[in-house]
Design a protein around this ligand. Structure first.
Ligand SMILES: C[S@@+](CC[C@H](N)C(=O)[O-])C[C@H]1O[C@@H](n2cnc3c(N)ncnc32)[C@H](O)[C@@H]1O
Length: 210
C-alpha cells in the first residue's frame, strides 16, 4: 500500500458533502484507518495527549468526541484516564473502538446536534482531528461546553484554514465573551501528517469552562 493510496483515502473524508456521506466514508475506511493514519505520521493525538496530561486531573469522566477507532482513548488510558466515554458519527469506527478496552461507554452521536448527555456530565471533553474540512461544525463546541462541568476542560484541535474560514474563530471568541469558557493556551501550528504531503497546519486549543 503506497502513501498516495493512503492520502487518497484521507482526502476522501474531507470531500464528504453531508453527514451521511461522511459516516459512510468512515465506515468504509474503519478497517484501514489506523494503518493509514500511522503511516502518514498522524501527530495530532500525540500533541493533544501532552495538553490533556498537562491540564486535566486524573479521576474524572472524560468525553472523547469523535473518538474514531479509539487511538486517542488508548493513549489516555495509558496516561491513567480510565473513565472514558466515546462518541462518533460512524458505527464501524465505534465498533473498532469497542475492540479496544479503553472506553467505559461508546455511543453513536453527531457533533453539531444535541448530545444525549446531561449538562456537566464530564470533567473534560477532548476532540482530536474532528474540527477539520467537512467534518463537525463550530456549533458542536456549544454542546461540548454544556456537557462539561464548571472549571472543567475542553481540549480540541482545529485545522488552521478551517479555524479562519469556517466560523471557529468567531464561535470560540463568542463563547469566551459569554463567559462560557476561557482560553488557557493554544499550541503552535503544526503539521498533522508530517510523513504525508497533504498536510494543512493544525492547532490545539485548551479552554477552561466558566
Ligand atoms: C480524523 S478522525 C479522528 C479520530 C480520532 N479522534 C483520532 O484521533 O484518531 C475523525 C473522526 O471524527 C468522526 N466525526 C466526524 N464528524 C463527526 C461528527 N459531526 N460527529 C461525530 N463524529 C464525527 C469521524 O467519524 C472520525 O471517526
Amino acid at each position: 500500500m503506497g502513501d498516495s493510496e493512503r492520502s487518497k483515502r484521507l482526502q476522501n473524508v474531507f470531500s464528504a458533502r453531508d453527514n451521511s456521506e461522511l459516516a459512510s466514508s468512515y465506515d468504509e475506511w474503519a478497517e484501514d484507518y489506523e494503518d493509514d493514519m500511522l503511516s502518514l505520521g498522524y501527530a495530532v493525538a500525540a500533541v493533544a495527549a501532552g495538553f490533556v496530561g498537562r491540564h486535566v486531573p486524573l479521576g474524572g469522566t472524560v468525553l472523547d468526541a469523535g473518538a474514531g477507532t479509539g487511538m486517542f482513548g488508548s493513549i489516555l488510558r495509558v496516561l491513567g484516564y480510565d473513565d472514558l466515554v466515546g462518541i462518533n458519527i460512524s458505527e464501524r469506527m465505534l465498533e473498532k473502538a469497542g475492540e479496544k478496552d479503553a472506553y467505559h461507554a461508546l455511543h453513536r452521536m453527531v457533533m453539531g446536534e444535541a448530545l444525549g448527555f446531561d449538562s456537566g456530565s464530564f470533567s473534560a471533553a477532548v476532540s482530536v482531528g474532528v474540527f477539520t474540512t467537512n467534518h463537525a461544525p463550530p456549533e458542536a463546541l456549544d454542546e461540548l461546553v454544556r456537557v462539561v462541568e464548571p472549571d472543567g476542560w475542553v481540549i480540541f484541535s482545529v485545522r488552521k484554514d478551517v479555524y479562519w474560514n469556517e466560523g471557529f474563530e468567531q464561535k470560540q471568541a463568542s463563547l469566551e465573551k459569554e463567559g462560557r469558557w476561557q482560553r488557557v493556551t493554544m499550541s503552535e501550528a503544526f503539521q498533522p501528517f508530517p510523513a504525508g504531503n497533504t498536510s494543512h497546519m493544525t492547532r490545539l486549543f485548551v479552554y477552561k469552562t466558566g
